[in-house]
Write a protein of this length. Structure first.
Length: 138
């Protein structure tokens, strides 16, 4: 994938799942995201577990910002927190228009975060802080 290096960014955010989202619909959502992201040249990963989302989007600044604005209007998310928008020299996930991970899969793929993920045992304020801490370090 060819990128304009001067315009390549990475956006990280964290959100809570709203009661509107039915977990059984998650694969349909992922399928739609893959199609949409491919058409916009966006790559990244989505972490979903314990009622929370964490996502990293990579691509052209305008496309990434447009996608994030759409996510902010999506009623399946609540308490959305932007953790960072930064210029990058290259993509970390160039082969994934979007890849979904749960806590166990994420720990296997990104072993440097396995200790943080072992602390996730129930949805509470400590879990929220742990996941927020995790996404700020990815």
């Amino acid at each position: 994938m060819m990128d304009n290096q001067q315009d390549l960014v990475e956006l990280k955010y964290f959100s809570e799942i709203s009661k509107v989202l039915n977990i059984s619909n998650l694969s349909e959502i992922m399928d739609a995201a893959v199609v949409s992201n491919k058409s916009k040249g966006i790559t990244g990963i989505l972490f979903f577990d314990y009622g929370y989302f964490g996502q990293i989007l990579e691509g052209q600044r305008t496309k990434v910002e447009e996608t994030f604005e759409r996510i902010k209007r999506d009623n399946r998310h609540q308490n959305i927190k932007l953790l960072g928008l930064s210029k990058i020299d290259h993509r970390r996930f160039p082969d994934w228009a979007m890849r979904l991970f749960n806590a166990e899969e994420f720990a296997e793929q990104f072993s440097q975060f396995s200790e943080i993920l072992q602390d996730l045992n129930e949805v509470d304020i400590d879990t929220y802080r742990t996941i927020k801490n995790l996404w700020s370090k990815v």
